[in-house]
Design a protein around this ligand. Structure first.
Ligand code: URA
Length: 210
């Protein structure tokens, strides 16, 4: 059991995150920054991809060169805000297979209920990266990963932009085998389930909705 948490403290990530947090940052800038930051976070979350060697010929000689091993990885976006992280990571890994999980919160039980799930085949053989910008209560992330495990996924990583300590704890209790990569673990959740200081509603800010 890894129970692994990586906070990406690279200066570019932290600078871009600060710009995203500012309340007057426009929708267009927010989206652009999210795209840029997702490339940098994507670099970190794929650090442990398995490698093999391939015999190639350079213009000078032959060599055994490192190359990614195994099936194409699976990127799973938790709708809708996950799509903001997805675009940048797909630029980094254009051959990745992509899935979507949609969950809503039942107003009576407050538990996440699946309304959409379309994921790549053979998840058991793929590294699976689940993306959602905000790890708040952790309820939807835990439910999405439950679902992916039920469909066979075994090597899962979770990527978010911001996390609350409550969400990290919930994820690590439910899925201690799933490493979490984030740009920041903020102070807490408020009574409305927002991350504080946070950046507000990530979906609204990236899509310009209210
Ligand atoms: N989802 C968001 O978009 N923002 C939060 O602060 C918490 C959950």
């Amino acid at each position: 059991m890894t129970k692994h948490l990586t906070i990406v403290d690279h200066p570019l990530v932290q600078h871009k995150l600060t710009l995203m947090r500012e309340k007057d940052t426009s929708t267009a800038s927010f989206r652009q920054l999210l795209r840029e930051i997702s490339l940098l976070l994507g670099y970190e979350v794929t650090r442990e991809l398995e490698m093999t060697r391939k015999r190639i010929e350079t213009p000078l000689c032959e060599m055994d060169a490192p190359i990614l091993e195994g099936k194409k990885l699976a990127l799973i976006s938790i709708l809708r805000a996950g799509n903001g992280l997805l675009d940048g990571i797909l630029e980094l890994i254009p051959a990745a297979r992509v899935g979507f999980v949609g969950l809503y919160r039942d107003p009576e039980t407050l538990q996440p209920v699946e309304y959409y799930c379309k994921v790549p085949s053979e998840l058991e053989d793929r590294m699976t990266i689940v993306v959602d910008p905000m790890l708040a209560t952790g309820n939807s992330s835990v439910a999405a990963i439950d679902l992916l495990k039920a469909k066979g996924a075994r090597k899962i990583r979770f990527l978010c932009l911001l996390a609350a300590p409550e969400g990290v704890k919930r994820m690590q209790e439910a899925h201690p085998d799933v490493p979490i990569v984030t740009a920041s673990v903020d102070e807490c959740l408020n009574d409305h389930g927002y991350i504080v200081p946070g950046l507000g509603d990530a979906g609204d800010r990236m899509f310009g909705t209210k």
